[in-house]
Design a protein around this ligand. Structure first.
Ligand code: ATP
Length: 205
């Protein structure tokens, strides 16, 4: 099943940021969102993930099919790495955590409390979480932030395995992930009025 976005208008702080966004993402493919700081990548990803409503337009093939990984890793600081993965496996109704531990070389850290991990280690655990969701559409906001070269390669490998298994991914990133993917320059969908002076969605600050 494809993810389809038609004529989407989205806002931050009630002010339109992007208008007329459209794309189709087939199973097995990744789409990389490009655009300068503040262009609206995070806002688009949050909308795809159902965290905020669009002002208008349609999204199909999202909902329960989405696994979202944002800047905040959403880790349970007082649970170990293994317990975090088990927690999410239970939430998403899956069982398998071994593959997630292995994909991001987390076994040496398996018993460590998540709150004691370094920034890059936390990010690896946050990305490993995607593997226990069992969800086909990954929506990823700057997934490689804090990752070293080896961990970026782990992420690229996990992503390619996901795509080969029929999954898909929408990814906002400023770096080259090292493999071929379609790109969407969201600057071309800039809304006419993006003057955000004074606007805020304080609920998300
Ligand atoms: N909580 C908020 N309230 C109001 N406006 C916001 C809020 N968060 C972001 N914005 C504004 O919305 C616009 C889009 O921001 P967004 O975070 O989607 O951009 P981005 O493309 O992800 O940027 P970056 O590359 O810097 O992460 C920007 O002008 C930003 O200043």
């Amino acid at each position: 099943m494809e993810l389809r976005v038609d004529n989407l208008t989205i806002a931050r702080g009630g002010v339109p940021v992007l208008a007329g966004v459209h794309f189709v993402l087939p199973a097995g493919r990744a789409l990389v969102l490009r655009g300068p700081n503040g262009a609206g990548k995070t806002t688009l990803l949050r909308t795809l993930a159902g965290l905020q409503p669009a002002l208008s337009g349609q999204i199909s093939g999202a909902g329960e099919r989405i696994a979202y990984a944002a800047h905040a890793d959403g880790l349970k600081a007082m649970l170990s790495v293994t317990e975090n993965l088990q927690f999410w496996a239970e939430i998403f109704g899956t069982r398998e955590t071994d593959a997630a531990l292995d994909a991001y070389a987390l076994r040496p850290l398996a018993e460590r409390m998540a709150g004691t991990l370094s920034a890059g280690q936390k990010r690896r655990l946050g990305l490993a979480r995607l593997l226990v969701t069992g969800r086909p559409v990954w929506v990823l906001d700057e997934p490689t932030v804090s990752l070293d070269t080896a961990a970026v390669a782990q992420f690229a490998a996990a992503l390619q395995t996901h795509l080969a298994a029929g999954g898909s991914a929408v990814i906002a990133t400023h770096i080259d992930l090292g493999f071929k993917a379609a790109t969407l320059d969201i600057a071309s969908f800039r809304a006419a009025s993006t003057l955000l002076a004074g606007a805020s969605d304080e609920a998300f600050l």
